[in-house]
Design a protein around this ligand. Sequence first.
Ligand code: NAD
Length: 258
Amino acid sequence: MSRTVVVTGSTSGIGLGVAKAFAAEGANVVINGFGPADAIEATRSELDALGAGTVLYHGADMTKPVEIEDLIATAVKSFGTVDVLVNNAGIQHVAKIEEFPPEKWDQLIAILLTSAFHTMRHSIPLMKATGKGRIINVASAHALVASPFKSAYVAAKHGILGLTKTAALELAEFGITVNAICPGYVLTPLVEKQIPDTARERGITEEQVKTEVMLKLQATKEFVAIDEVAQAAIYLASDAAKSITGTHISIDGGWTAQ
Ligand code: NAD
């Protein structure tokens, strides 16, 4: 029987790569995120054709708890349960703390941290009922180390690692593992959008942002590929990873080794 996988923020970037990898394995997948309706439908039908499972789209806004509840309820109504939950949706905002708009702070914390609490609290009873489950939180190297001008992002990412560990301890005896993946810089729309802002904050060119800021500590001097993150998620969701819980896998080209 196909597993059911919910991936938040999967209309683009890393989440889309993760959803694709699970769809190709034959899972039923619920994709989520924003974008033009026709582009989302094209993505959904492309993923649906990849494997034996069915791919559905749900447009829940990760700042809205009622919509998050409906996302999980829709997975249950369509496929019976949730076997794998991937919390991935994210945005970034780059500004000094004293100039950081408070509403942006709230939005980042809601999307990057609180939404995972809501998806988890609705999915955990389902996983406990089947005696198995996998929760994978796409965190960041910024869950382990900081960078200036990213206060809300770094705070939320450090927070999701704490939530990962707490949930792992609560769920260890129920056949449910909870882990984080901590990528370094991956060239997705989220990263491309912050290049001009970082250039402005630091008074440097956009090319310098890539080479002197983003890849400065990434010892490989290369961006991480989306599929590297997707394959780590596939591994964490496999039986081979059943004793891995409450921890993270860094995929950061050596960044946090320093
Ligand atoms: P992206 O911009 O390509 O994709 C983000 C996804 O989240 C999109 O599908 C978008 O529609 C969705 N989203 C945004 N706000 C939402 C909301 N309110 N409700 C529902 N969906 C929403 O970004 P990405 O780089 O693929 O980032 C995905 C995750 O990976 C994020 O959690 C990010 O912090 C993390 N991450 C990214 C990098 C990187 O270098 N790109 C590095 C480490 C961690």
